[in-house]
Design a protein around this ligand. Structure first.
Ligand SMILES: C[S@@+](CC[C@H](N)C(=O)[O-])C[C@H]1O[C@@H](n2cnc3c(N)ncnc32)[C@H](O)[C@@H]1O
Length: 243
């Protein structure tokens, strides 16, 4: 067992562990219909990544400067890939973003984001879109910021999802990360930024190799450590820059 594992008590990068977290999070008894985060109430639908079960949504709000000071201030137009319940997309619209496109491959997440945009009175400025990364966008759409709080745990290349909820947790062979790193910069305005929220549950060496292979590099903007159960997890906000 590596010293990291000894320190942390469990293999935080295990995809099987992440699938177990997904299974547990789908258990009806533990899922609230409504939860509170960042001073607001939010609807939670079945099959959608549940922010009250994991630290990552609250951490993303901090890293993105929505609930804490950050080198990043989201303004202008935002594309959020993987919006889930819509907490980040809606919170960004309630702060400084003029318009937000909130995309998710999970149709339940698309419905959930629309519900929360409605709940908080920003449905006219948050467009909830069913999309595999950028596939649902119009060819001329461009954004000041593109961000993905990703499914950063690496699963084997031949792993097949058994539930759409698992897409929030693991990425087989980092195929979706590879497409994100290769394509996201095509969707920014001139001077726009591509951001990625990753964590020590992911394989940063593998991600770095993919970045090099796709002609970009990862610039660390901010990181923070959070105790998740017995594990100290480092969450990182990267900017994807040409490279
Ligand atoms: C870790 S969850 C984050 C959800 C939400 N942003 C939050 O912080 O609560 C990752 C999200 O990415 C979505 N996702 C995974 N692969 C995707 C893809 N290829 N295209 C769009 N969304 C994807 C998942 O469905 C999930 O909602």
């Amino acid at each position: 067992m590596s010293s990291l594992l000894t320190q942390q008590g469990s293999d935080v990068r295990s995809y099987l562990g992440s699938l177990e977290r997904s299974r547990w999070s789908r258990t009806e008894a533990v899922r609230p219909r409504v939860f509170s985060l960042a001073g607001r109430d939010w609807d939670l639908l079945d099959q959608v990544f549940a922010p009250p079960h994991h630290a990552s949504t609250a951490v993303a709000l901090e890293l993105l400067g929505i609930t804490a000071p950050s080198p990043v201030t989201l303004t202008g137009t935002l594309l959020e890939i993987g919006s889930g319940t819509g907490v980040i997309a809606v919170s960004a619209a309630l702060r400084h973003c003029r318009t937000v496109v909130a995309a998710d491959i999970n149709p339940h997440a698309v419905e959930n984001t629309a519900l929360n945009a409605e709940r908080h009175g920003v449905a006219h400025r948050v467009r909830s879109l069913h999309s595999d990364l950028f596939s649902g966008l119009g060819p001329d759409e461009r954004f000041d910021t593109v961000v993905w709080s990703s499914n950063y745990v690496l699963a084997p290349t031949d792993f097949e999802y058994r539930a759409v909820h698992e897409r929030a947790y693991v990425d087989p062979g980092y195929a979706a990360h590879r497409r994100y790193l290769a394509e996201a910069r095509n969707w920014t305005t001139e001077g726009g930024r591509v951001l990625l929220h990753f964590s020590s549950r992911g394989d940063l060496a593998a991600l770095g190799a993919i970045a090099s292979a796709t002609g970009c590099r990862l610039r660390l903007l901010k990181s923070t450590s959070v105790l998740e159960g017995a594990d100290l997890i480092v969450h990182q906000l990267f900017e994807v820059v040409a490279g």
